[in-house]
Design a protein around this ligand. Structure first.
Ligand code: SF4
Length: 169
């Protein structure tokens, strides 16, 4: 059986692409899925040219449709990230991508785990700009946060769902 190809947040694969110039390497991905899966690194924030290190951002506003705002300069990066996500997904759909593994709590990659701030305090939980674009465009594609794969039942379900994932345009 050919391995599955998964889009993976690049910081989880050890690439130093986080806002602070660090990675978020998760060695268990290779240990748990390396025999069945090939990992394709994706970093939406670096790919739009934000550079590393960079000013951090957070989600603000309507939890169902939040904006990505830089913490200090208050730059709204939502449209930049969303436009890139659309283009990136178009490109990915030309490849045999069967699913995504994403970084929790990231304003770009987090999947239903990201704090969305209202006036002053944290008010809700939402998804990052890239993760939401993926979920909206490809609702049938298996997507999971890496941390969830530590649970054997979640990992089993994710692997089982890959065979039904998108594999062609
Ligand atoms: Fe890049 Fe996503 Fe990792 Fe943030 S969470 S550093 S956007 S890959």
């Amino acid at each position: 059986m050919l391995p599955y190809t998964l889009g993976v947040s690049a910081c989880l694969l050890g690439q130093k692409v986080r806002y602070d110039g660090r990675h978020k390497f998760d060695p268990t991905l290779e240990q748990l899925l390396g025999r069945q899966c090939v990992f394709m690194p994706i970093c939406p924030e670096v790919e739009v040219g934000l550079g590393t290190p960079r000013e951090p951002m957070r989600l603000e506003g309507d939890p169902a449709n939040p904006r990505a705002i830089t913490l200090h300069s208050r730059r709204d990066l939502t449209d930049l990230l969303a436009a890139h996500a659309r283009k990136r997904l178009d490109a990915l759909l030309c490849m045999p991508v069967q699913g995504f593994i994403l970084t929790c709590r990231s304003p770009s990659c987090g999947l239903r785990s990201v704090p969305v701030y209202g006036e002053g305090d944290r008010t809700a939980i939402g998804s990052g700009i890239f993760a939401r674009a993926c979920a909206d465009r490809l609702p049938q594609l298996p997507m999971v946060e890496a941390i969830q794969l530590q649970q054997p039942e979640v990992r089993h379900l994710f692997l089982a769902s890959l065979s039904g994932g998108h594999s062609s345009p």
